[in-house]
Design a protein around this ligand. Structure first.
Ligand code: BTN
Length: 256
């Protein structure tokens, strides 16, 4: 039984914003903010996250990792694995991950994770940064189904499991799993974490396109993440691209 603080909100803008604010005010690591709905739920790459009431689990956990600044990006992959493992063991499913941390079920997105760092301005003073890991997990489809732009790409847990879905149980399972993986990361176990991540890699060896931060499209084969978690793609000319940010998607075939 953990003694974490759980801040429960019926509605908020974004649980990540709430958790970042709590971090700024000195809240303890492990503090969770969970909301029934979000009016400004946000995702990676400035996207929004659909967060109506009764559809999903929307929460953020505050972490104060004992990690060097250069190791902080590893949290993104580690958190994806942790959430995957928690849902798998609660629901008896096997999930996949699309780099860096989209959680897929039957090829569609079940959950998304947004990792944000606070106290960046104090890093030079030696103060420990804090990190917020925000998780959006589709439990049910929205009334009337997913909106047109998500219909082909999103899924919900209720389509895939006969087990009773308890948002509270999933919340605690995910939060504990994230804390556990953080302890492994702090001990220097990233290689093992990455090995488990790679077992769930949805794109390894497949043709992808990467939209670079400059909005250029690079097509190539995914070679999977390297020892630091940076994704490598080999393009048609044999060049290797290191993907640190941006988005990758499966490409059905090589463009003419
Ligand atoms: C993504 O797939 O782009 C990440 C989506 C993360 C959404 C969650 S919902 C809870 C938390 N609060 C937010 O505003 N975003 C994250």
């Amino acid at each position: 039984m953990t003694s974490r603080e759980i801040i429960r909100l019926k509605i908020t803008g974004s649980t990540n914003s709430e958790a970042l604010e709590a971090g700024e005010k000195g809240a303890a690591p492990g503090t969770v903010v969970v909301a029934g709905s979000q009016t400004g739920g946000r995702g990676r790459l400035k996207r929004s996250w659909l967060s109506p009431p009764g559809m999903g689990l929307y929460f953020s956990i505050l972490l104060r990792p004992d990690l060097a600044v250069e190791d902080l990006p590893k949290i993104t992959l580690a958190a994806g694995l942790a959430v995957c493992e928690a849902i798998e063991s609660e629901c008896g499913l096997f999930l996949q991950i699309k780099w860096p941390n989209d959680i897929l079920l039957s090829g569609r997105k079940l959950a998304g994770i947004l990792t944000e760092t606070g106290a960046v301005q104090t890093m030079t003073t030696g103060e420990k940064p804090y990190v917020v890991v925000g998780v959006g997990l589709n439990l049910y489809s929205p009334e009337g189904g997913f909106p047109a732009e998500l219909r082909e790409h999103a899924t919900a847990l209720s389509f895939h499991t006969d087990r009773e879905i308890s948002a509270d149980t999933l919340l605690e399972a995910c939060a504990s799993s994230i804390e556990k993986v953080m302890r492994r990361l702090e001990k220097g176990d990233f290689a093992e974490i990455l090995a488990s991540w790679k077992q769930r890699d949805a794109t390894q060896g497949k043709m992808l396109f990467w939209v670079t931060p400059q909005a250029k499209k690079v097509f190539g084969i995914s070679l999977g993440p390297d020892a630091d978690g940076i994704l490598h793609i080999r393009d048609q000319a044999g060049r290797i691209h290191e993907v640190i940010s941006g988005d990758v998607n499966l490409a059905g075939k090589i463009p003419a």
